[in-house]
Design a protein around this ligand. Structure first.
Ligand code: ADP
Ligand code: MG
Length: 207
């Protein structure tokens, strides 16, 4: 599904995307949070951009571990430690591999979700990034098990993640800053669910 060159291509696309979507993500966070999610994510991936030349000599596991390290270092708020440690764990999961298969990717999603839950203690339905990641991972597993077509599985994952983003509009936030709003968070999509869907879309478009 992705060797080092492909992984770097995907990372470049995520870097571009976070830059382009900075305002959009920040506007979403303005409504239900403190308006920094886009800025946070862009700052993190600009740090990753600075590291890109050094990734030419690294294996896929070390690349993802460093991405996690950069995000943890420079992204503030909740998303920094959550995404940062999730990328790090995904790198650890790939230990010794030089290529990422669809089975690996599913394992990386599982381990990332586990890490995010360990740190943030959120479950599905609390209006967080997990509301995109859980259904996406379930859909990818189901689709890949049914016919072994990784492109189809990634596409199914993106559709499920988009469905998850829509679902976050209908529920009250009970974790993170948005939880201070209570009922008033209804009607608005979650910024973190949106950013994780954007990243998954980049994987699906390029892998
Ligand atoms: P902050 O909320 O600290 O300003 P960001 O704005 O960068 O940080 O990120 C907000 C996003 O982080 C939310 O939209 C939500 O998806 C995610 N988030 C917040 N708390 C949690 C949590 N406990 N578990 C999972 N995701 C969370
Ligand atoms: Mg915020």
């Amino acid at each position: 599904m992705a060797d080092r060159a492909k992984l770097l291509e995907i990372l470049n696309r995520v870097i571009e995307d976070m830059d382009e979507q900075k305002l959009f993500l920040t506007e979403l966070d303005n409504v239900i949070g403190d308006g920094d999610h886009g800025i946070n994510m862009d700052r993190g991936f600009q740090a990753v951009k600075n590291q890109m030349p050094s990734y030419e000599d690294l294996e896929v596991d070390a690349i993802l571990k460093d991405v996690g390290k950069q995000l943890m270092k420079v992204v503030g708020g909740s998303a920094g430690p959550l995404y940062g440690s999730a990328f790090k764990k995904a790198g650890v999961y790939l230990k010794g591999k030089s290529e990422i298969t669809m089975d690996d990717f599913i394992g990386m999603m599982d381990t990332s979700i586990e890490q995010i839950q360990k740190l943030g203690h959120a479950v599905e339905g609390e209006k967080t990034m997990l509301d995109a990641m859980f259904p996406a991972t379930r859909a990818m597993k189901e689709s890949y098990a049914a016919d072994g077509d990784y492109k189809k599985a990634l596409q199914a994952g993106v559709e499920a993640a988009e469905g998850g983003v829509e679902y976050t509009k209908t529920i009250i936030a009970t974790k993170g800053r948005a939880s201070y709003l209570g009922e008033r968070s209804i009607g608005h999509q979650d910024p973190g669910a949106t950013s994780s869907t954007l990243m998954l879309k980049d994987v699906a478009d390029l892998a």
